[in-house]
Design a binder for this molecule. Sequence first.
Ligand code: ADP
Length: 458
Amino acid sequence: MNVRFKTRISIYNTVAIAILIALVFMAVYWVVHATAYHQLDTGLEQESQVSIGNLMWKQDSIIINKMPEWQESEHTQVELNPIFLQVANIQGTIIFRTINLLNHSLPSKKNIVSPAYFNATLQGQHIRIGVFPIITETGRNIGTVTLGVSGEGTFLVLKNLRISLLLSFIILLVILYSVTSFAASGSIAPVHQLIKSASGIDDSNIETRMPLPPHKDEIYHLATTINELLDRVELSIRQQKQFTADASHELRTPLAAIRGLLEVLILRRHDIEYYETKIEEVIQQVDRLEHLIGQLMQLTKLESGTTVIRKEPIPLQQFVNRIKAKWDEQILSPGTVIRVNIPADAKVDADPFFLESIIDNLINNAVKYGKKNGTLRFDWVEHEHCLSLADDGPGISAEHLPRLFDRFYRVDPSRSSTVSGNGLGLSIVKKMTDLQKIRISVTSSEMSGTRFDLHFPV
Ligand code: ADP
């Protein structure tokens, strides 16, 4: 069932207060009820003492004398505050009753040892009955005196009290619900305001923020939290747009180059060497395109959240030496040297595939941007659990360092025609280190070379 929040608050509050009111009303009713009957019962008890005092008995037999008190109007007439009296022996046989009872008898009890009180009706009238045992001087129980007084007044008072309490309860419930409902509407109004503001936000006005209420309450925190979320969404949308724009730009550059080359070729006839050179250039641009698309796909996959990381203990010295051998053999020009300064017992927990990919990327950059015939150094700092790769190249000036791991960020784009690349390598490295909880940092300054540090989790 879809009950509105406002209605739910009103119902909860009303029920809670209604329970309290009901308890108070019940207590009031109980006190009035007990007091009223206590008064009647005290009267009956006093009357019983007089009545039992008027009786005489011989052994177990009760002797009824005509007592002047019993001729009084309260015992003879029914109209004015009558007191009904009835005497019974131990077998329960009625041996006397006052005139006002006419032919009726009072409901009573047999063989009781202490007074008993209860309500009954006599000729349609509510009466309060008190039954008292007749105990002789020797302590023998020889019968009962049953007294009845009109309980009509008490009954009426209690009945009216019940009706008034019930009516007041219902009226209070209605008032309570209206008041809590009104109060809930007031308290929920800022939430409605937030819903209204939030539902008006889309791509086109993502910079809009929730209005903050004046008091620093829960609504204020909710609005601030939504605003912070919007900040993140806005940043993510901007980055996404930037990424799409950068990717299109990077894709368009080699395509434009290919188109230019082909247009030159069809413009007029050339000799075969010319065709061969131009086709070589087209193939280079296609390679560049292929590399870029490969990197984009790799980045998308790493960001999709589906990448499975399989960590295992890696003997670092052996691992890095194997990568060095691969580079020495296949890629490095004879003048470039890789030095590995890692102790034999250095071990890290990492995914071997991704770790190799990270190291390959860093070596590739060090070679691309480092000194010709320079030296690359791998070092291991055991107490920091840190593997570093330093080159002796021209370095990167400080203002570029904070954005170095951003997608498509290149320190010197004008060099992009001479040094191949598209600014995606380090952002891919960053993704791969993040996935393995490896902290990567870069230290560099112009002319002092660049050092990348990989801090492995302990
Ligand atoms: P790419 O190499 O494709 O341009 P990267 O993300 O790998 O992209 O690198 C981003 C930029 O960081 C490079 O354009 C380069 O200017 C700079 N860079 C990276 N590594 C080094 C390094 N070892 N020495 C100097 N500059 C570097």
